[in-house]
Design a protein around this ligand. Structure first.
Ligand code: DX5
Ligand code: ZN
Length: 229
């Protein structure tokens, strides 16, 4: 399993470009700049048209993408019953399997199964799902991801209230002695990144801000600097 937390480090600033905003007709060149950049993880958004009102890409596409990088893959499953796909996500070589709390009736079991498959377990909360819903499982998860937009689409407006939610999550992590990293997804850009950093975020998913930039490598570098706080 990948090392997620350096001993003694309080806060990370890992940048995770979201492939959802890439030019799908030219994934090879999108992966070329990604590999050259300071990006830390590749964030892959799988949607089923049921859990979220959109469909993105599935395993046949991801198998090709996975061969184009050696950086950790963070597979964000916006699908119902994500536990059905644990072995397929593992076979991609994913480092982090990211499931929604709202999609998992037996979340504790799913987290255990993700660990047994040799991956880090990330649990994601929709904007309306409270941080307190993770109280009983916070010490068992490796990453908590907060959706800072409603899942399903890129390039939406950042939900400002998320900053308070990050602070509440940080409090829960500290209070419980959990080692979980805090990840955010949606509307992360040069404008929103500094406040997210102040609130206590470790991992920044960013789609349209980097893929929409004329120089994505430099955009990642700028975000990396803005999240050193
Ligand atoms: C939304 C996805 C995000 C999305 C973020 O459902 O989970 O990862 O790609 O895109 P931006 O950064 O454009 O908000
Ligand atoms: Zn995502």
């Amino acid at each position: 399993m990948i090392e997620l937390r350096t001993q003694g480090a309080r806060q990370h600033n890992l940048i995770a470009p979201s492939l959802l905003a890439a030019n799908f007709a030219n994934l090879q060149s999108e992966m070329e700049w990604f590999n050259r950049s300071e990006a830390d993880w590749l964030h892959l958004d799988v949607m089923d048209g049921v859990f979220v009102p959109n469909i993105s890409f599935g395993f046949p596409v991801l198998e090709h993408v996975a061969r184009l990088t050696t950086k950790p893959l963070d597979v964000h499953l916006m699908i119902v019953q994500p536990e059905k796909f644990i072995s397929q996500v593992r076979d991609l070589g994913a480092a982090i399997m990211n499931v929604h709390q709202e999609a998992c009736i037996h979340l504790h079991r799913t987290v255990q199964q993700i660990h047994e498959a040799g991956m880090r377990a990330a649990v994601t909360l929709n904007p309306s799902t409270p941080v307190s819903s993770l109280e009983e499982i916070i010490c068992d998860v490796d990453v908590v991801m907060l959706m800072t937009v409603n899942p399903g689409f890129g390039a939406q407006k950042f939900i400002e209230h998320s900053l308070d939610k990050v602070r509440r999550l940080r409090e829960l992590i500290v209070r419980s002695g959990s080692q979980a990293l805090i990840e955010v997804d949606g509307g992360v850009n040069r404008k929103t990144a500094p406040a997210l950093c102040e609130a206590g975020v470790d991992v920044y998913v960013t789609g349209s801000a980097v893929y929409g930039s004329s120089d994505p490598v430099q955009e990642v570098e700028a975000l990396k600097q803005l999240t050193t706080c």
